[in-house]
Design a binder for this molecule. Structure first.
Ligand code: ADP
Length: 261
């Protein structure tokens, strides 16, 4: 009769309630783990340059500052360490804002060709230090107008091109190209012929703090956040990012953008 049905409904509801609560608690647990891991990673990332800086300063105080050459060298290195700390803090700030969803996009119509040129100008010196040639591989007499957050897309380009220089070979190349896709989209590709990435690591490289070779990458500096930031920015635009790479051959990162009508 109706009483049994009610009892059944009630039992089902209690079950559902318990199930939901359990899932909620599990979600909270996962989040708590995530938060702990994040904080652990942050302190680890900050510790390395902090100890380096402290080491140089202590050595100076210990008497090394009496030698002018050593003094200059150590102060320069300490300064580099502090500069690196600054970059890491800036990246952390950015990733936190992106993950909390605190960063609203400032959409505007701009010429992506011009933006690539500007980023090339910014990074030319860095590339030259490794004798890497920056190539803009298309006929770009005509502007290509896109609708996106210009400042953020600039950061995407900077992060990808800086990586291609960091993980590129001496005398190598970094090539950027822009191609029309169907349906009012363009695809921007950043290709290098550097060290490449082993297939098994490809699914993980967009994770924050993930690095293929901890020691090797550390030598190159960086926070391990560059690609996580790139992915967040592209996804915030509702666009896609792709990577193709082969060990000792090179890598290609590409992302889509909306063309302005
Ligand atoms: P990082 O600060 O270590 O460069 P990223 O998030 O920018 O952090 O990159 C994560 C990892 O992905 C790098 O440590 C490196 O191992 C790998 N990687 C990124 N870009 C490239 C590239 N162009 N060529 C080879 N490996 C790359």
């Amino acid at each position: 009769g109706p009483i049994t049905t009610d009892m059944q409904t009630l039992t089902q509801e209690i079950d559902k309630f318990a199930r939901d609560k359990k899932i909620e608690i599990e979600t909270l647990k996962v989040r708590e783990e995530y938060r702990k891991e994040f904080l652990g990673n942050i302190s680890h990332e900050l510790k390395t340059p902090l100890f380096t800086v402290q080491g140089y300063i202590l050595t100076l105080l210990d008497g090394a500052m009496n030698d002018k050459n050593i003094r200059e060298k150590y102060l320069e290195r300490a300064s580099k360490g502090i500069e690196r700390l600054g970059y890491i803090v800036k990246d952390l700030d950015m990733i936190t804002k992106l993950e909390v969803g605190d960063l609203s996009l400032n959409l505007e119509v701009f010429n992506i060709v011009e933006l690539v040129r500007n980023v090339f100008d910014m990074l030319e010196m860095k590339a030259a230090k490794k004798r890497i040639t920056l190539i803009f591989d298309t006929d770009y007499a005509n502007p290509i107008m896109v609708k996106a957050d210009k400042e953020r897309i600039q950061q995407v380009l900077v992060n990808l091109i800086v990586n291609s220089i960091k993980y590129g070979n001496e005398n190598g190349t970094t090539e950027v190209s822009i191609e029309n896709l169907i349906k009012n989209k363009v695809i921007v590709r950043v290709t290098d012929n550097g060290e490449g990435i082993e297939k098994r690591y490809l699914p993980r490289i967009f994770e924050r703090f993930f690095r293929v070779d901890k020691s090797g990458s550390r030598k190159e500096g960086g926070s391990g956040l560059g690609l996580a930031i790139v992915k967040h920015i592209i996804e915030a635009h509702d666009e896609r990012i792709y990577v193709e790479s082969e060990l000792n051959v090179g890598s290609e990162f590409s992302f889509t953008l909306e063309k302005a009508k």
